[in-house]
Design a protein around this ligand. Sequence first.
Ligand code: TYD
Length: 137
Amino acid sequence: MSLINLVEFNSLGDERGQLVALEELRNIPFAIKRVYYLVDTKSDVARGFHAHHDLEQVAVCVSGKCRMILDDGQHREEVWLDSPCKGLRIGKLIWREMHDFSADCVLLVLASEYYQEADYIRDYGDFLRLKANAGNP
Ligand code: TYD
C-alpha cells in the first residue's frame, strides 16, 4: 500500500479566483486541534526529519510547492505538494521530510493534536527501532 495518501479538495473557484474550504470530519478526516504554516523557507533548507507517536496531519501547499518524503521504516516515497487542492495525509509513526521549497511556498498543516514535544521522534535510529518493535509496518 502506498504511503502517499492524497486528499483532493474541491476548488470553489470562479472568474474571481480560487477558494478552497477545509472542514473537520468532512474533507479533513479528523477533528482539527491545531493549524500551523511554514513560510519563507529557504530553497536550500530541508525541514521535518521526525515522526510522531500519535498525531494525524494533512499538509497542503496553499501557495508554491515543496517535495515531501514519507518513510514507514521500510519504504520511502515522495510526492510534490504543488496545488492548493492537493492535501497529503500523514498518519502516526511516519517519518517525514520536506525539501525543495519554492520561494513562494506556504505549507499549511492541519493537526489532530496540540503541539507536544514529547510526541516527537526526532532520531531516525529511534524511529527504526520503534517500528521494528511495533512489528513493521
Ligand atoms: P519543528 O517541528 O522542529 O519544525 P519542522 O519539523 O517543520 O522542521 O518545529 C520548530 C519549532 O517550533 C520547535 O521549537 C517546535 C516549535 N513548534 C511549536 O511550538 N508548535 C508547533 O505547532 C510546531 C509544529 C512547532
